[in-house]
Ligand binder design. Structure first.
Ligand code: AVJ
Length: 323
């Protein structure tokens, strides 16, 4: 029989090494030091993130799932999507809510997940292939920063970007992202976006600094990644996990704070970092949104918000927008 599962690797040769080297050199060479959050997610980091989604303090995953459970039939009815495209196809639990509704509605013929991790795509793609007979699964390994490799998917297409991963982008990156989407989508396609909302700062800080210390381990995992991939000598115990609410920018910032003055060597980059006591490496932005400003920036970016749903506690929003 013809295989219903394909995995297309669109990453340029040397992508991981080249982009890790460039990101670390650019981000860490001088203060204020930053690292892009995408380097958290090796196998251990992905497992830790899964654990985070089950923590009592980390409400976003459950809140988004609640909305999806309730609204998936409407999403299916409103979009009549033939293809579900999913960016950064993390938790397949949420994907399955959409696949179930779109399959029940009778419109879906293809699921097209995009991710930078080919192992995650292979694992999730094969399982979905198995559980949805008749569905074609065309997975693409890609980094959509430079554009979306979409092509001949049957339309209308529903493009899902869930989990408030959009919150990892600053305002400039979000603008560029909307532009990329607007270029890739046609007039009958629909964007499904999950976004975490502004709320009590204590609730937010607890979600990123949990009692069990899982988020602290997740944050420090990036140092193990740099040690392994670049021969660096970061001592994770020499850093403190910090999650702070930046009220001005309305975002959580995760940082790794150097407990002492220390020198860290990164041999593969010929770098030596002199960190002051109390100096921060900023490892993640997690922007929180408001209905008005998110609707406005999407509009700026070429999208009109058609539906806006929240959980009963208004912690999280799921929206449909059209180009
Ligand atoms: C997967 C990027 C949405 O920002 O909430 C969880 C990652 N970081 N705890 C988020 C994360 C710390 C998460 N995103």
């Amino acid at each position: 029989a013809e295989s219903r599962f394909t995995l297309d690797d669109r990453l340029p040769a040397g992508y991981f090494t080249d982009s890790l080297h460039a990101d670390v050199r650019k981000g860490l060479s001088e203060p204020p030091r930053t690292l892009p959050p995408k380097w958290f997610y090796d196998k251990r980091g992905s497992d830790l993130f899964e654990e985070i989604t089950r923590l009592p303090e980390y409400y976003p995953t459950r809140a988004e799932q609640e909305i999806l459970t309730r609204r998936a039939p409407e999403i299916a009815a409103l979009t009549r999507a033939s293809t579900l495209i999913e960016l950064g196809s993390g938790s397949s639990r949420k994907t399955r809510l959409l696949l179930d509704a779109l399959t029940a509605g009778g419109s879906l013929v293809r699921y097209a997940p995009l991710d930078v991790s080919s192992s995650a795509l292979a694992e999730a793609g094969e399982a979905i292939c198995r559980d949805y007979p008749g569905l074609a699964v065309t997975a693409t390994v890609a980094d959509f920063e430079g554009g979306l490799p979409l092509s001949d998917e049957p339309g209308p297409r529903l493009l899902a970007f869930l989990g408030s991963t959009i919150g990892n982008f600053d305002a400039d990156q979000r603008r560029a992202f909307y532009r990329t989407l607007a270029l890739a989508l046609s007039s009958d396609d629909v964007l499904l976006l999950g976004a975490d909302l502004v709320k009590d700062p204590d609730v937010l800080v607890r979600a990123y600094d949990d009692a069990q210390g899982v988020t602290a381990d997740f944050n420090k995992n990036v140092l193990y990644v740099l040690n392994r991939e670049l021969g660096a000598d970061f001592d994770p115990d020499a850093f403190e996990h910090v999650a702070l609410w930046n009220a001005e920018e309305e975002r959580i910032e995760m940082r790794l704070r150097s407990r002492t003055a220390q020198t860290v060597k990164i041999p593969d980059l010929d770098l030596s970092l002199d960190l002051a006591a109390g100096e921060d490496l900023r490892t993640e932005l997690s922007c929180k949104f408001r209905r008005e400003s998110l609707t406005a920036e999407l509009h700026e970016g070429g999208f009109t918000v058609r539906q806006w749903w929240t959980d009963p506690d208004r912690r999280f929003a799921l929206l449909l927008a059209v180009p």
